[in-house]
Design a protein. Structure first.
Length: 731
C-alpha cells in the first residue's frame, strides 16, 4: 500500500480522547473551535472514533476544554484545537467527517499587530493625562505605522472644508497652504484637519495620524450651520487638484463634481470621501466606483460597524473609527466627535504616510493597497457587501506602500483582491487564479464595464478579454514589453508551456499578444483582446476554461518559470496572472450553476503535469463560508472515464461520505468538503472530470448564485512554502 499512515495520539488529561490525524504541513499558527454532538457521552469518545488519513501528521497539536471546570455539563462539549503546523482546513474537514462533532470552525483572531517595534506612546498633554481617548489611532495601529514613517513635510494632505483655525496650538505648524474665502468660524474644518494632521509629540493637545505631513487647506464658502452649495465644494476640490495636492479629503455629503472632472482628478489625486452618518443613502454613488476614489464609512473603537449607525452600501471601500474620535476644536480646544467626517481624514492622513515612503504610487494603487490591508470588521456579516474590505490598518497600508516601491521597472497584474502587486504579494493559498485585473465581456464594452461576464460561445463571434497592467516602479516602461494572453481547458493542475502554447491546440493556445504602451510611474492601461472560442471538443457541453496573461519580452523584469508548477508561476511572478471561467452555450441553452434548471454539468481536468509520478490531495467542496452551499440544495456527482476511474477508485471505496453510482461515477454524500487524500498519478497523466449538479428543489432561485470549489495540492509539503496547491476551480 503506497499510503503511509502516521498516527498521532493526542491525549486530554481530563478526557481520554485519542485522535489520529494527518495533513499537509503549512507553517501558520491556527486555532479551531469544536462542538461535540449532543448524543455523545464525552467520557466514551475515545472508543467511538479514530481519524486516520495519512502522509504527514500535525507535529504540535493541542486540544483543551474551552470552559474548563464548568459547572454546566453542556459546556464540556466545547473544545479548542490549536497547532503550529498543518493545514487547518484539512483538519476541519477530517474532524467533521468523523461524525463526532456537530460543529467545527476556525477560531476568530481577536487582534492583529504585525510590528515588533512600535514608537513609544505620544507625549501629547491631553492624551498623556487621559483627558481624551486615543482609541481611533490605537485601532489603526498608528504607533506601528509611525515606526516606518511619521510623514514627509513635502507631502501635503488636502482638505476641502469649512473655516480652519490655523493658529490653533496643535495646527499652527502643520499648514502648507490655506486658501479660499473667509466664512463663519464653523468648527468642522478644524476638527477634520486635526484627525489627519494635528502636531504630535509636542507636549500639547493630541496626536494626528499623518502629523509630519502638511495640510493644504481649502476653505469652502458656507453658511453658519455648515452647509454649502455644491458648486463651492467643487471649486475647492478643483483648486486642490490644480495645485497638485496628491490626496484630497472631502467630509461632505456631496462634491458637486461632474463625472468627467472626478475621473480626471482621480487619475492624479486620491479623493477620500465620507460615506455618511445615516445607515441608508447613496451619497457619492455617481463617482464612488472611479479608481482612486475612496469612500470611507465607520466603526466603533472595537472594530464593529453596527453601533455607529453610519452608512453601509455597495460603494463603501473601507472603514475607520467614526465614534468619539478625539480631535482639535475651535477656540484652541479639543473634543471628541462622531461621524464619518472623522473616519475619512484618518484614511487621508494614512495616505500621506504611504506617499511619504513611496511617492510613485498612483491613486488606484493607493486604493488597492488600502483595501487589501484592512482588518476584519467584527460584525461585517450583518452588513453583506456594505462595509468594504474591513477597517483601516495604517501600519499594514504603509508597510505595503513601502514594499511596493521599486527603483527598477516592474510591471504587474494582481492575482487576487488582496494582492498588493508585488511578487508573492499575498498569503499563499489555493485561490490564486481569479485575477481582478482580467475580465471577459460578451461585447466590446469592457473599458467602461469592468465587470466579468461568463463568456457565451457563438460560432464565428468573438468575446472580449480585458487585462489591466500597471507600473509599480518609479521609472517609465520601455514600450517594448508585450502582453500575451493564452487559454487552456480548465484543470486543477497545469504547467507552462505545454498546456498553453498550442502544442495541442484542442487543449490550449495563444489568443494574441499586444504591445504595452509606455507607462509612467504609477500609470495603468487596459488592453483588449478578441477571443474566438474554439468549438467544444472531447467530452462535455460546458467545458471550463482558464485564461493566462503574461507580461513578456521584458529585459528588466523577466518571468521565472517553475516547471510543472503553474501555481508558483503565478504566485512568484507579479507579471503572470490567471482567470478561471465557464464558457456557456456550447449547446444553445445549456445550463450553468445557478441557472433556471434542475441540472447542470461542468468539465475540467485533475492530475499530474510533471514527468515523474506524484501524490495529490483532491478536495471537492467550498473552502469558504457561504450563506447557502450548493451541496445543501443539490446532489453532486463525479463522472470519470475508465482511466480516471482506475486511478481514483482505490481512494473512494468503502467511504460513508461517497456513494458509488456505477458507470465510473460516484456521488458526494456530505455537504462539507470531501477530500481524496494521497491520490497516486503517474507522470504526465491528467484525467477529465464531469461534475453534475442535480438540484433537490423544484425550481432554482435565479437570484441566488452558488459557488463550488475543486482544489488540488501536493500531498507532501514544500520545505519552504509549506502547502503546495497546484490549482483549483471556482464554479
Amino acid at each position: 500500500n503506497l499510503l503511509q499512515t502516521i498516527q498521532t495520539n493526542i491525549m486530554l488529561r481530563s478526557l481520554s480522547l485519542s485522535l489520529v490525524i494527518s495533513t499537509l504541513g503549512f507553517a501558520q499558527n491556527f486555532s479551531i473551535r469544536c462542538l461535540l454532538n449532543n448524543n455523545l457521552d464525552i467520557h466514551q469518545i475515545d472508543s467511538l472514533f479514530q481519524v486516520s488519513v495519512a502522509r504527514q501528521s500535525f507535529s504540535d497539536l493541542q486540544i483543551r476544554f474551552t470552559y474548563p471546570n464548568a459547572q454546566n455539563p453542556e459546556l464540556h462539549k466545547y473544545l479548542i484545537v490549536q497547532g503550529n503546523e498543518g493545514n487547518p482546513l484539512h483538519l476541519i474537514t477530517t474532524l467533521l467527517n468523523t461524525g463526532v462533532f456537530q460543529d467545527v470552525k476556525m477560531d476568530d483572531l481577536a487582534s492583529i499587530n504585525l510590528c515588533t517595534n512600535p514608537l513609544p506612546p505620544v507625549n501629547d498633554l491631553w492624551i498623556a493625562n487621559n483627558w481624551v481617548n486615543n482609541d481611533a489611532l490605537t485601532l489603526v495601529d498608528a504607533r506601528c505605522a509611525w515606526s516606518i514613517t511619521t510623514g514627509d513635510p513635502n507631502i501635503s494632505i488636502g482638505i476641502a472644508d469649512t473655516e480652519f483655525e490655523n493658529l490653533h496650538e496643535d495646527l499652527i505648524n502643520q499648514v502648507y497652504q490655506i486658501n479660499g474665502p473667509n466664512s463663519s468660524n464653523h468648527y468642522h474644518g478644524t476638527r477634520v484637519f486635526g484627525v489627519a494632521g494635528a502636531q504630535t509629540n509636542n507636549n500639547l493637545g493630541i496626536a494626528g495620524i499623518g502629523y509630519n505631513c502638511k495640510g493644504a487647506l481649502e476653505r469652502i464658502s458656507h453658511s453658519s450651520n455648515g452647509s454649502a452649495w455644491s458648486g463651492n465644494i467643487e471649486t475647492a476640490i478643483w483648486n486642490l487638484y490644480t495645485d497638485s495636492i496628491p490626496v484630497i479629503n472631502v467630509s461632505w455629503t456631496g462634491t458637486g463634481l461632474d463625472l468627467l472632472a472626478a475621473e480626471e482628478i482621480a487619475e492624479h489625486s486620491v479623493i477620500v470621501l465620507a460615506a455618511g452618518n445615516t445607515p441608508n443613502g447613496s451619497n457619492h454613488s455617481a463617482i464612488a466606483d472611479i479608481p482612486g476614489v475612496v469612500l470611507v464609512s465607520g466603526v466603533d473603537h472595537t472594530g464593529a460597524h453596527g453601533p455607529t449607525g453610519h452608512r453601509h452600501n455597495q460603494w463603501v471601500d473601507l472603514c475607520a473609527q467614526s465614534t468619539n474620535v478625539t480631535t482639535t476644536d475651535i477656540s484652541n480646544g479639543y473634543t471628541g466627535d462622531w461621524g464619518t467626517s472623522y473616519a475619512a481624514p484618518m484614511v487621508s492622513g494614512t495616505i500621506g504616510l504611504m506617499l511619504s515612503v513611496n511617492d510613485c504610487l498612483s491613486p488606484k494603487q493607493i486604493e488597492d493597497i488600502l483595501e487589501s490591508t484592512t482588518n476584519p470588521i467584527t460584525d461585517a456579516a450583518n452588513f453583506p457587501n456594505g462595509v468594504g474590505s474591513g477597517y483601516l490598518n495604517a501600519y499594514r497600508a504603509v508597510k505595503a506602500a513601502q514594499d511596493f516601491n521599486s527603483t527598477s521597472l516592474d510591471l504587474y497584474m494582481r492575482d487576487r483582491l488582496d494582492d498588493v502587486g508585488y511578487d508573492a504579494g499575498y498569503t499563499w493559498t489555493w485561490n490564486f487564479d481569479d485575477s481582478p485585473d482580467i475580465w471577459v465581456r460578451n461585447q466590446n464594452d469592457g473599458f467602461l464595464n469592468q465587470v466579468h461576464e461568463s463568456p457565451e460561445y457563438q460560432s464565428g463571434s468573438p468575446v472580449y478579454v480585458y487585462v489591466r497592467v500597471g507600473n509599480k516602479s518609479c521609472v517609465p516602461s520601455l514600450g517594448s514589453e508585450k502582453l500575451a494572453l493564452y487559454w487552456s481547458k480548465a484543470s486543477t493542475n497545469s504547467s507552462w508551456p505545454q498546456n498553453w502554447n498550442g502544442s495541442d491546440p484542442t487543449i490550449g493556445n495563444k489568443i494574441n499578444e499586444i504591445d504595452i504602451p509606455i507607462l509612467q510611474p504609477g500609470e495603468h492601461t487596459i488592453l483588449e483582446f478578441a477571443w474566438n472560442i474554439l468549438p467544444n471538443t472531447g467530452i462535455g457541453t460546458t467545458w471550463n476554461n482558464c485564461l493566462l496573461a503574461r507580461i513578456e519580452n521584458s529585459s528588466v523584469d523577466p518571468i521565472t518559470v517553475y516547471p510543472g508548477d503553474q501555481g508558483q508561476d503565478v504566485y512568484q511572478n507579479n507579471n503572470v496572472s490567471m482567470k478561471n471561467l465557464v464558457v456557456t452555450n456550447y449547446i444553445s441553452g445549456s445550463p450553468q450553476v445557478g441557472a433556471d434548471s434542475k441540472g447542470s454539468e461542468l468539465y475540467f481536468y485533475i492530475g499530474n503535469t510533471n514527468t515523474t509520478e506524484n501524490y495529490y490531495d483532491i478536495v471537492f467542496g467550498n473552502l469558504e463560508d457561504n450563506d447557502i452551499q450548493i451541496s445543501q440544495v443539490s446532489e453532486i456527482t463525479v463522472h470519470l472515464d475508465q482511466q480516471g476511474w482506475n486511478i481514483v477508485y482505490p481512494y473512494i471505496q468503502g467511504r460513508e461520505d461517497i456513494h458509488m453510482r456505477g458507470s465510473n461515477s460516484f456521488t458526494l454524500m456530505d455537504s462539507n468538503p470531501v477530500e481524496l487524500s494521497n491520490v497516486y498519478f503517474p507522470g504526465n497523466v491528467r484525467i477529465p472530470v464531469r461534475l453534475t449538479f442535480n438540484f433537490l428543489i423544484d425550481e432554482v432561485d435565479q437570484s441566488i448564485t452558488y459557488d463550488y470549489h475543486v482544489t488540488q495540492n501536493y500531498s507532501l509539503p514544500h520545505a519552504e512554502i509549506g502547502e503546495r496547491w497546484t490549482g483549483g476551480y471556482i464554479f
